[in-house]
Ligand binder design. Structure first.
Ligand code: ADE
Length: 250
């Protein structure tokens, strides 16, 4: 059996994943540390991508070329763009677009040149399984997070959303920027910095891909406030609980 690739953008998320792998072994390739081991008996390679599209694309390529993964799951945080996408909600991407791709007038805005498309889909079955796992976790969030972790955040009735996610090499931290994104991409539920790159690599190699993002902010002037605290206390705990649920039912 080929392993499952798990990519986290931040160290806290990877640490929570490695805590669940009893036998992980470290291997270095392409300036990254890859951790090969098992989760609920399934072969897994976990890796920290670092931040941004280039780092994410090279990490995904190494997972496929060096570690021969049969699917890639990305977990991380994102800024909420869509109406009703609130801090503490989870977004499972159906497709990705690069919001900063613009080769106009040669190609339409957002279209990736020579691919004839702006959006890259995630794998429907893998994404449906992750969304199902996320719904099960969010049905009892304090079980996943612990009442102590929840206490500092106003997370009422968190929801799972599925749909378009926008990626770009910019942390969106002003209301002006997020309004511009909403206008350019009215269907985008959330914004982050890696997913579209991994989606394109997985499209090129024919490898199934899914991505799970916990909403850490609304991509406005408050976006940086408590970001790391939120990642520690909420996003990484959600990620690991959702993945745990996914692996248990695999
Ligand atoms: N990841 C989490 N929040 C984000 C934001 N506001 N912009 C880009 N990436 C993010």
């Amino acid at each position: 059996m080929k392993p499952i690739g798990i990519v986290g953008a931040l160290r806290q998320e990877l640490a929570a994943v490695l805590d669940r792998m009893p036998d992980e072994r470290r291997q270095c390739a392409g300036g990254r540390e890859f951790w090969a081991g098992h989760w609920h008996g399934h072969e897994v390679v976990a890796v920290l991508s670092r931040v941004g599209k280039v780092a994410a694309a090279t990490t995904a390529t190494a997972l496929i070329e060096r570690f021969n993964v049969n699917r890639i799951i990305f977990t991380g945080a994102a800024g909420g763009l869509g109406a009703g996408v609130r801090v503490g909600d989870v977004v499972v991407a159906r497709r990705f677009v690069q919001h900063d791709m613009d080769a106009s007038p040669l190609f339409p805005r957002h279209e990736v040149p020579l691919y004839g498309r702006a959006c890259f889909d995630t794998d429907p079955a893998l994404s449906a399984a992750l969304a199902e796992a996320a719904r099960a976790v969010l049905a009892c969030p304090d079980e996943a997070l612990g009442a102590h972790a929840l206490a500092g955040f106003d997370l009422r009735a968190p929801r799972v959303h599925t749909g378009l996610v926008a990626s770009g090499d910019r942390f969106i931290a002003t209301a002006v920027e997020s309004a511009a994104l909403r206008q350019a991409l009215p269907n985008a539920l959330a914004v982050e910095m890696e997913g579209a790159a991994v989606a394109q690599v997985c499209h090129d190699y024919g490898v199934p891909f899914a991505a799970l993002r916990t909403i850490s902010d609304r991509a406005d002037a408050d976006a940086h406030t408590d970001f790391m605290h939120f990642i520690d206390q909420v996003a990484s705990r959600y990620s690991v609980a959702v993945l745990e649920n996914y692996f248990k039912n695999l």
